[in-house]
Design a protein around this ligand. Sequence first.
Ligand code: SR1
Ligand code: MG
Length: 394
Amino acid sequence: MATASKQYEELTVESAVALARTHYPFPEGAALECDEIGDGNLNYVFRVADPESGKSVILKQALPYAKVVGESWPLTLQRAQIEADALRKHGEFVPNLVPTVYATDAVLALTVMEDLSHLTIAREGLIAGKAYPQLSTDIGEYLARTLFQTSDFALHPFEKKELAAAFSNPELCKITEDLIFTDPFFDNETNDFEPELKEAVEALWANKALQLEAAKLKFSFLTEAEALLHGDLHTGSIFASDSETKVIDPEFAYYGPIGFDVGLFLANLIFQSLTRNGDQRNVVNSHIERTWETFEARFTDLWKNKGIEAFQQTDGYREFIIEKIFRDALGFAGCELIRRTIGLAHVKDLDGIEDDSRRIELKEQALHLGEKLILQRAEVKSIYEVTALIGEAE
Ligand code: SR1
Ligand code: MG
């Protein structure tokens, strides 16, 4: 059970160990070891372990500012509670695909949770060439189950609206509204790109049709409370091995358009696909295709077996919803491709490429693909057309 401290203070290795003893059943007198292992943009992550018993636990603490920028960017501590609550809510539907939360402390903005360090962050593994055979089936299942079962298709409207209110997350949503949907489409100071990309970026800023479609996608994100989203489902928010997948970090969780989670994951696979050739690319393209295939199949199955909507049997309604999710997902994927290339927060898949001309070439491809997905999202009819577009980006 949670124990509230008197006031917020940043954890140290010493205080993390003391809290771990309080919140996790380490053997009496265990000689605990502790490391800060966080490499994200926003939080501290401490791993506390007892080498003797082999037991270990994670303490994640939200900082009152965005670590990626510094103390000049204050950020609500309430996101820690949102994250823990989202892990628990999603865990009701996919217990095998999220870490177990053991305890929370609202004052310290602390979550004590299952240690997943036997797994690797999927982005790192994919960059190293790993195939992760389970990844897309697991994420397709995760997406369908968490999103369907928190939507009006599965919940009584009172329960759904109560959840939507509980997951109101305005500050974190504002980050997404700015960093994904606004800043990259204008000459904004938060943007960050190599001078070699200037021409391509200026063409993007001058593209009025693109701006209009980005505005529509932002409006969807602002207004369409369809389901409880993860809100930041990139490959850095996923731990994986050949046989296991765990989704972490839902601090951006809120009620939003279903296609947002789907699109962000697809975009992050697209980055990885762009960096690969031949059979290696096919491995990732198969993940892109299987994510959608699994999502669509499971969503359909849940619709038929768990749906409570009066129009559930109405011919064409399920197809209409799935088509909307697909179209939205492509548009959101396009925005993610653009913002991770020229916005504030990048991806290592591209930034880690040392050869300057290769890196710039792939970033140009990412930008063009992002534009295409946004502008042509209504015409692209299948996920196989998306993987074909990746090939055409060269
Ligand atoms: C200031 S936070 C920058 C980015 O990091 C997070 O993981 C989100 O993707 C956010 O947009
Ligand atoms: Mg994160």
